[in-house]
Design a protein around this ligand. Structure first.
Ligand code: PEP
Ligand code: MG
Length: 546
């Protein structure tokens, strides 16, 4: 038996193995005729079909959250687009059967998007998905795409619609392999957000069929067929954890502490169990999201002690409350701001009239006391800092509480442009790539339709991080990364090559990132960083850094 191995584009990191389930292809192109005998009745069939498809997608949207929900809701909006319905009905009036009319109307829409290129072109796939669902409904065929899986499987498809990917359950959908698609497609973005390993653009993948066994490496893009279920499971689970010895460093010994992002004591315990070398981002606001009033001193101490105790003797970087925008805290956030992401968020709350400054003082006192109690090496940083003056003001507050290591997050492009001045004020900086990308590209990090702009492989974002690395060398102030970018095993060597000293991530990613760093030298990291920065777009950057 010949086993088929293929190479595609890595789109979502991680490795998994299991049996193949081939995702049903969409219905083919419907025939142009015969012309309906009763065009009015034929045209009237379209709207109910649209409603059925919308309702199914809505049911799926209701069962998920986050990016998956956003994508499904964007798809539902496309299904219900009145122009699509009107154009299809008009085509029925010109003698097309309803399925054909929907096909042509949707194609015209998709072609228009494809002609716009770039991000809009990727959305053409969403329109085709909507088209196929309505056509299948009108033809009385089962809905195309992924049926509910009854057992864990590797999904193989010509292409997967975002709406399909959004409904997948990690652990049941072990991995995805698609013949088409790019790493910035919604499917890839969703797979990453769901933590499902994925390889896209894998030519020849549709030759795999139900019942074969594959091992999929979403970090390298390799898809390997194996003979048995057991081999697939063993190879898939050959945990990268086993390849990481718990110390972050490159193959030639350049040390890069790998830290955890946590929000509470259970998260910190998991981080410690996953061998985090400390905490690089303690999102303190997460513990208080539902608090109507400022949490009492005692409540704050419980939360801070709980996190710091898991890392006695190790560094724990607590971020002061990052309230506002997508994380409102009822007792702090200003009401009624027209653009909250650009408004009084993070450190800014402590600097406008109100109780923000007092809340900050009490939080710093609580954190300093927790450090004494637990023996963790406390570092404190402020979110949403734009200027050196803000950084100085914050560091003074920290010093007044005896906090010896005080820093700021770099999340605003202005702070990159003045990095030297900011670094002169602080003990360290940490790059929040999620917000830095959002503010760099003017692309809401919560919006599915602009998600590709927030891809951490965007060369413009990498070039900003390079500027920070250069400023760090000049000033001696270390720069870490604690946004999602740090959790991508392929991106980690690039960040290190750009001059990043620590990486902090959801602790589930530690082993894969550790193994990735251990496989490259510092010079290789630098070469990958240079190649990724020089690339014209995120896809090319990712490929250049392989
Ligand atoms: C970031 O913006 O990258 C970050 C780490 O902070 P948050 O995601 O909590 O805004
Ligand atoms: Mg942020």
């Amino acid at each position: 038996m010949t086993l088929l191995s293929l190479q595609g584009i890595p789109a979502s990191p991680g490795r998994a193995g299991g049996r193949v389930v081939r995702v049903a292809d969409a219905p083919g192109e419907p025939p142009v005729g015969p012309a309906p005998a009763d065009p009015a009745a034929e045209g009237a069939r379209i709207e109910p079909a649209v409603e059925v498809v919308s309702a199914r997608l809505q049911a799926r949207a209701d069962s998920v959250s986050g990016d998956a929900k956003d994508v499904l809701e964007a798809t539902i909006a496309m299904v219900g687009d009145p122009a699509l319905l009107d154009n299809a009905r008009e085509l029925v009036g010109h003698g097309r059967p309803a399925p054909r009319a929907v096909w042509e109307a949707a194609n015209a829409f998709a072609e228009m998007l494809a002609g716009m290129g770039g991000y809009m072109a990727e959305r053409a796939r969403d329109i085709q998905d909507v088209r196929d669902r309505i056509v299948a409904e009108l033809q009385g065929l089962p809905a195309p795409g992924v049926a509910d899986l009854d057992a864990p499987a590797v999904l193989v498809a010509a292409d997967l619609a975002p709406a399909d990917t959004a409904g997948l359950r990690p652990g049941v959908a072990l991995a995805l392999v698609t013949e088409q698609g790019g790493p910035t497609s919604h499917t890839a973005i969703l797979a990453r957000s769901l933590g499902i390993p994925a390889v896209v653009g894998c030519a020849g993948a549709t030759a795999y069929s139900d019942g074969q066994f594959l091992v999929v490496d979403g970090s390298s893009g390799e898809v390997v067929e194996v003979a048995t279920a057991e081999e697939a499971t063993v190879a898939g689970a050959a945990a990268v954890a086993a390849e990481w010895d718990g110390v972050g460093r490159t193959a030639d010994g350049h040390v890069v502490p790998l830290l955890a992002n946590v929000g509470d004591a259970p998260g910190a315990a998991k981080g410690a169990a996953d061998r985090a070398e400390g905490v690089g981002l303690f999102r303190t606001e997460l513990a208080f999201l539902s608090a109507a009033e400022e949490p009492s001193e005692q409540r704050q101490r419980e939360v801070y002690d709980g996190v710091l105790a898991a890392f006695a003797g190790k560094p724990v970087t607590a971020r002061t409350l990052d309230a506002g925008a997508d994380k409102p805290l009822p007792f702090l956030t200003l009401d009624g701001e027209p653009n909250p992401a650009l408004g009084v968020r993070g450190l800014r709350i402590a600097r406008v009239p109100g109780n923000g400054a007092d809340v900050l003082e009490r939080q710093l006192a609580g954190l300093a006391a927790a450090a004494k109690e637990t023996g963790a090496e406390l570092k404190v940083m402020a979110p949403m800092v734009a200027t050196a003056e803000e950084a100085r003001w914050f560091v003074e507050r920290c010093r007044a509480h005896g906090i010896t290591s005080a820093g700021v997050m770099i999340e605003i492009p202005a702070a990159v442009l003045t990095a030297r001045e900011i670094m002169a004020e602080v003990d360290f900086v940490s790059v929040g790539t999620n917000d830095l990308a959002q503010y760099l590209f003017a692309a809401d990090r919560q919006s599915g339709p602009v998600a590709a702009l927030n891809d951490p492989w965007q060369p413009a974002l990498l070039r900003l991080i390079r500027m920070l690395g250069e400023a760090s060398v000049e000033t001696g102030t270390p720069v870490g990364v604690c946004g999602e970018a740090a959790a991508d095993p392929a991106l980690a060597p690039v960040l290190v090559g750009l001059g990043v000293a620590t990486l902090s991530m959801g602790s589930g990613a530690l082993a894969a990132v550790g193994a990735s760093l251990a496989s490259v030298t510092l010079d290789e990291c630098r070469a990958r960083a240079a190649a990724a920065c020089a690339a014209p777009d995120p896809i090319a950057a990712r490929q250049a850094a392989l």
